[in-house]
Design a binder for this molecule. Structure first.
Ligand SMILES: C[S@@+](CC[C@H](N)C(=O)[O-])C[C@H]1O[C@@H](n2cnc3c(N)ncnc32)[C@H](O)[C@@H]1O
Length: 306
């Protein structure tokens, strides 16, 4: 069962969530998150520059008719997903549009503490997982392709690859060794806090695919990490960042917890764009039952060949 707190609700649409993780995933990624007593600075309740940019991009993507509610809700209108639309014909600002505080978090304690206890759970519902696995079955290199290497970044005890999927090298990177040890698709793993050390301990041009499931929102140095992803990907190598609308909100970055699904696609797209060396990022909405079960979105790009 899924455990991450959904945006603006504690109980998912398919029934009650387990209580085990309420202590860490207790409430949603909501703008109404309470300010903790120890917080010296007020938590931003709305976006600054980023919001303006995201809004204007959204308006452009929807033919000028968009408003913030429409963007944040990310519900397909007339069959068009705002999450997909928002990365169509983007005119990226010249400068990286985010401020350092956009990458601050409610809980700034060491991530090693938060992830010290293994969580043998899933973080999105079964329908979303099925949709992701189906997507992977269409885009990942066929099982047992000689020479293929895959990195599952921010991995756990599951990678959601198709059943029986194998490659010579599938590396998992994550925060909890017990979880990674139990992930049967991995051929090796690395425990590393990417917010402390964003350098990926791999050679240049050594991976064909990088996956990252419901975790891009925890990266506080995303551009450093994405530049590293570009470095280790082979030319035309594929990076697949997937996300839903759930998160450990205390550990997700501020710009994520104060924006909606389509904004999230724009944010991840921006990471690809401003890291350089990637083809224009694309979004795919693979939500299995829009509005009824967990949504599932992909933002992907490939490393430029020249
Ligand atoms: C919500 S879980 C998702 C795990 C897995 N991808 C899945 O789909 O089940 C978030 C994951 O992000 C990873 N993560 C969070 N903060 C991290 C950090 N600072 N450095 C590296 N990985 C991190 C952890 O390994 C954790 O398992």
């Amino acid at each position: 069962m899924a455990t991450l707190a959904p945006r603006c609700r504690l109980l998912g649409p398919t029934g009650p969530r387990p209580t085990a993780l309420r202590a860490c995933a207790a409430v949603s990624c909501s703008r109404r998150a309470p300010v903790p007593p120890h917080a010296a600075r007020p938590r931003r309740v709305f976006l600054g520059l980023g919001a303006t940019l995201i809004d204007s991009v959204a308006r452009m993507a929807s033919g000028g008719t968009s408003d913030r509610t429409f963007v944040a809700g990310a519900r397909p209108r007339q069959g068009v997903s705002p999450v997909v639309q928002i990365l169509k014909n983007v005119e990226w600002p010249d400068e990286f549009p985010f401020k350092p505080e956009d990458f601050s978090r409610f809980d700034e304690s060491a991530d090693t503490l938060f992830y010290s206890v293994p969580r043998f759970v899933t973080h999105i519902d079964d329908e979303a997982i099925r949709a992701l696995t189906q997507y992977y079955s269409e885009v990942l290199p066929p099982s047992n392709t000689p020479g293929v290497a895959i990195l599952d970044m921010c991995s756990s005890w599951v990678s959601h690859y198709p059943p029986g999927y194998k490659q010579e090298k599938i590396v998992g990177m994550g925060m909890n060794e017990d979880e990674l040890k139990r992930n049967s698709v991995l051929t090796e793993y690395v425990v590393q806090d990417l917010n402390v050390n964003p350098n990926l301990p791999f050679e240049d041009n050594s991976f064909d695919v990088i996956t990252n499931v419901v975790s891009v929102d925890y990266l506080t140095k995303p551009i450093d990490v994405f530049k590293e992803m570009r470095r280790i990907l082979r030319p035309a190598g594929l990076a697949i960042m997937s996300f839903s609308n759930r998160c450990f909100w205390t550990k997700a970055i501020s710009i994520w917890t104060s924006t909606g699904d389509a904004d999230h696609a724009w944010i991840v797209g921006a990471y690809f764009h401003y890291s350089g060396g990637f083809e224009p990022p694309q979004a795919v909405d693979i939500s299995p039952n829009p509005g009824r079960t967990d949504p599932m979105y992909i933002v992907y790009s490939t490393k430029k060949t020249v």
